[in-house]
Design a protein around this ligand. Structure first.
Ligand code: ADP
Ligand code: ASP
Ligand code: MG
Length: 822
């Protein structure tokens, strides 16, 4: 190799070597650099092969058919060779190796089955075979492409300790050997990763995911200017991209940050690989084999602190163990004894915290070490337990560690608060909190099943520049579907205002459709129909945790009482509730109060602006008045769009039956117009207004004079209604005529006076505010302590899907709350 060119070490992981396409993509990347640099390539096994070999061993130890898994591993490798042969690529090295391995590994696995055990030495030899294969295949491929490429055994990497499964490389001793190996004119030297050789030439592994470490020590020993880790992702992400769909690729991180992120689970580079890189100040790029044009992430010592927080990682399969008891208080050396006990069993402690009262110590270990750790602690503290100084040692299995990492954190206050707020906002309980003294990371222990929700919520809290509005829509009739259309039209303009509104779920009475990200609103109807599933309230409530939503809102666009009955549950589970449905606010006073108390206790919002006057700003206006000390004296209003229409038509001389039929045809009435004519809809609205101004009333306290007596029409089939109404045509025509002679018109009015509420047909002067209200318009006339003698009048179109949906939309925007600003 020519000495002038800079030395580069490239590592390709299993995800870059999954199949023929992976090998070809990797070879192309190598080819790109081989002209400019001297290149040492280190390879992992073909994706999944190490796991299969491990399963083969473990199955054989149990007396099972390990050969089956061995066969699967070899098949995977052979498939790539076969595909290459078809293209006329000679695979001499790899084919010969595979042939030889097939027979020796089969014998070894059979031996393990017969013995019922597998010595570590044999385990190391079997597991290393995957890297042996892939590295030889790459040499074949590079030679075919015309490069001077050579395979290099790992005897150039002498080991610093005697461990069959988790060795360290003696970098100083490796340096002269590697340099010697680089003296000839090879363009690309290819080594298997994951293992080295001891003084006797035996294979010793470097630990799971050890190829990153191989690359790091080779880079350190050979004095490389750069180490590259090639994977199937663009680089280091702010969180695992498989879990957080909008995770961002970082352009740089420091060694310490990378260490914390990977130590607690970010599968990007193994933590063990970072020390030799940091110690020798070798920059390391994480790049995408399948998209080499992307710059990737640079891990180096001069990473700029552009963000306070760099990323969030999570580690599954953790057990947390707690020692607790009065006997721990004030005793010196307890933590040391815990650590010693576990160290003597080679168990690594992921984190350890002691309560400030010194009453308990909690530590986390990997799940695979749980039993061994408990036994070691049991033995170590046998005396204390015997004498009651320590109570039981308690274990929480299936835990996860979620951690927030960033060197900038130490310069800012409130990061931990924001982290914990985000987690609790997602409804996740934090069991243990630990912050390292470097202040580069804060970690919490949560239930394993909650890790995803916690990670997503934290990512939103720290990395989202816009406010997320996550909605779940129940009911997609007129108003619901109009609302979805408005969302779709407005999404672009909301984004401009940094609001990211996402519809996470839609349900009608039969089906529920949930999306991990957001539903496509262009064809929600078909998707709901085709992909929706039958649902229960539990499914709706589960959405929040499942998706890790910080501040989700349930929108009730149904008229369903059973959904209204769930509001307390929704609010207590961390949802805001926006209701077009009036049933909750007109149910018992006790429930009315409970909803408000639950909302306050859980810091959630319950909004229902459209309950009265559709989109007119009624509730909000009244709340502002009352809160500023105003008091209602009297109220009168026309609160029904359909009756406003019907009574307008009566005024024009139309008979009642025809007016109802006309209003119905124009889509102004409820599907069954009797719901309007019986007056209960207006009564409910009046009750909501009355409760808003502080009257403690039930629905039964409202005096209701229906437009048409229920006894007359209640028993009929809907199709018979209009005909039946004809019986009243004459009576209504003469009432209208009588009113007209007095300069008055008939209106259906809701009234609050002296604490009493009534709804009835009234004759009102044409020139008074209510006299002019018709054609679907609503009006609310409030005479208050502040607004008199001229009342406050709110009037405007009070019916129809568009204005109602826009009122609901307004409520949704009022649920916006940013946990904390980044
Ligand atoms: P390889 O063996 O090829 O190096 P790994 O087995 O380490 O690959 O897995 C890489 C995967 O790790 C990626 O596909 C990605 O989904 C996942 N991953 C988890 N956390 C992160 C993160 N913070 N940044 C990037 N990738 C991550
Ligand atoms: N193949 C080994 C493993 O899966 C080493 C590596 O991929 O880095 O652990
Ligand atoms: Mg790997």
């Amino acid at each position: 190799m020519s000495e002038r060119k800079e030395l580069l070490v490239q590592k390709f992981g299993g995800t870059s070597l999954a199949d023929l396409r992976g090998f070809e993509a990797s070879a192309s990347v190598i080819a790109q650099y081989a002209d400019r640099n001297r290149v040492i390539v280190v390879l992992s096994a073909v994706k999944g092969v190490t796991d299969l070999l491990l399963t083969a061993i473990d199955t054989a130890v149990e007396g099972g058919n390990g050969a089956e898994y061995l066969g699967q591993a070899i098949d995977r490798e052979r498939a790539i060779i076969d595909a290459l042969s078809e293209q006329g690529v000679a695979t001499l090295l790899a084919s010969a190796f595979l042939e030889e391995q097939q027979s020796t590994l089969t014998q070894r696995v059979e031996g393990i089955r017969l013995l019922g055990q597998c010595p570590d030495e044999t385990r190391a030899r079997i597991l290393a075979s995957g890297e042996g294969f892939s590295s030889r295949l790459m040499v074949d491929l590079l030679q075919h492409r015309g490069f001077r490429s050579e395979w290099c055994d790992t005897d150039v990497l002498p080991l610093a300790n005697e461990s069959w499964l988790d060795s360290l490389v003696d970098i100083e001793a490796a340096a002269p050997r590697l340099k010697k190996r680089l003296e000839n004119d090879t363009q690309v030297l290819v080594l298997p990763g994951f293992y080295g050789r001891n003084g006797e030439g035996d294979i010793q592994l470097l630990g799971r995911n050890g190829t990153d470490y191989s690359a790091a020590v080779i880079a350190a020993a050979a004095g490389a200017g750069l180490c590259q880790i090639w994977k199937d992702v663009d680089g280091f992400f702010t969180a695992d991209p498989r879990i957080v769909s909008n995770a961002r690729c970082l352009d740089e991180v420091s060694y310490d940050e990378a260490m914390e992120l990977t130590y607690f689970g970010a599968k990007v580079i193994s933590a063990k690989a970072l020390s030799p890189l940091a110690a020798n100040n070798i920059p390391c790029e994480v790049r995408n084999t399948y998209d080499p044009s992307k710059p990737g992430t640079l891990i180096h010592s001069e990473a700029r602190r552009t963000h306070v927080v760099r990323g969030i990682s999570h580690l599954h399969d953790v057990a947390s163990i707690t020692l607790q008891g009065g006997g721990l208080r004030g005793r010196v050396g307890i933590a040391r004894r815990v650590m010693d006990a576990l160290a003597s069993e080679a168990i690594s402690i992921l984190l350890i915290v002691q309560s400030s009262s010194e009453y308990s110590i909690t530590l986390c270990v990997r799940k695979s070490d749980e039993k061994k750790a408990c036994k070691a602690l049991d033995e170590e503290f046998h005396f204390e337990r015997l004498h009651g100084l320590i109570e039981e040692i308690s274990v929480q299995s299936d835990r996860a560690v979620v951690s927030l990492v960033g060197e900038g954190m130490k310069h800012y206050r409130g990061i931990a608060a924001r982290f914990l707020t985000a987690i609790s906002s997602a409804g996740v309980n934090v069991e243990v909190i630990a912050q390292g003294s470097t202040e580069c990371a804060i970690a919490v222990v949560v239930k394993g099943e909650d890790a995803q929700a916690a990670t997503r919520a934290c990512h939103t809290a720290f990395f989202s520049h816009s406010t997320h509005i996550d909605v779940i829509l129940l009911g997609c009739g007129n108003v619901g579907s109009e609302l979805l259309a408005q969302f779709q039209r407005q999404s672009g303009s909301l984004i401009k205002h940094h609001m990211d509104l996402r519809v996470r779920a839609i349900a009608n009475s039969k089906k529920l459709l949930v999306s991990d990200d957001q539903l496509d609103l262009a064809n929600w109807r078909e998707s709901l129909d085709e992909q929706g599933r039958e649902w229960t309230m539990g499914d709706v409530i589960a959405i929040r945790k499942k998706l890790g939503l910080l501040n989700p809102t349930i929108i009730d666009c149904t008229t369903d009482e059973s959904i209204a009955d769930e509001y307390v549950r929704f609010l207590s589970k961390g949802f805001n509730v926006v209701a077009a449905n009036k049933k909750a606010n007109t149910s018992s006073l006790a429930y009315y109060r409970e909803i408000r108390e639950t909302a306050a206790k859980n810091f959630r919002k319950f909004l229902y602006e459209t309950n009265v006057g559709a989109g007119l700003p009624v509730i909000d206006t009244m709340q502002s008045l009352i809160r500023s000390g105003d008091e209602l004296e009297t109220f009168e209003g026309i609160l029904s769009g359909s009756l406003s229409m019907i009574f307008g038509l009566l005024e024009d001389g139309m008979p009642l039956s025809q007016a109802v039929s006309e209003a119905m045809n124009m889509g102004f009435t409820e599907p069954d117009p009797r719901d309007d004519l019986c007056g209960m809809d207006v009564a409910r609205k009046l009750l909501i207004i009355a409760r808003e101004v502080g009257l403690q009333l039930e629905l039964s306290d409202i005096a209701v004079e229906p437009v048409v007596p229920w006894e007359l029409v209640g028993h009929l089939d809907q199709s018979e209604l209009i005909e039946a109404l004809q019986a009243l045509d004459e009576e209504f025509s003469s009432r209208v005529a009588a009113a007209q002679t007095e300069g008055q018109v008939l209106r259906y009015v809701g009234r609050i006076e002296n604490g009493r509420c009534s709804v009835s047909v009234e004759s009102v002067p044409s020139r008074k505010p209510l006299g002019a209200i018709r054609d679907g318009e609503n009006a609310l006339v409030l005479l208050t302590h502040y607004y008199q003698p001229i009342p406050l009048v709110l009037r405007g179109y009070g019916a129809g899907a568009a204005v109602t949906a826009s009122g609901v939309f307004g409520d949704i925007l009022r649920t916006v709350w940013r946990p904390l600003d980044n």
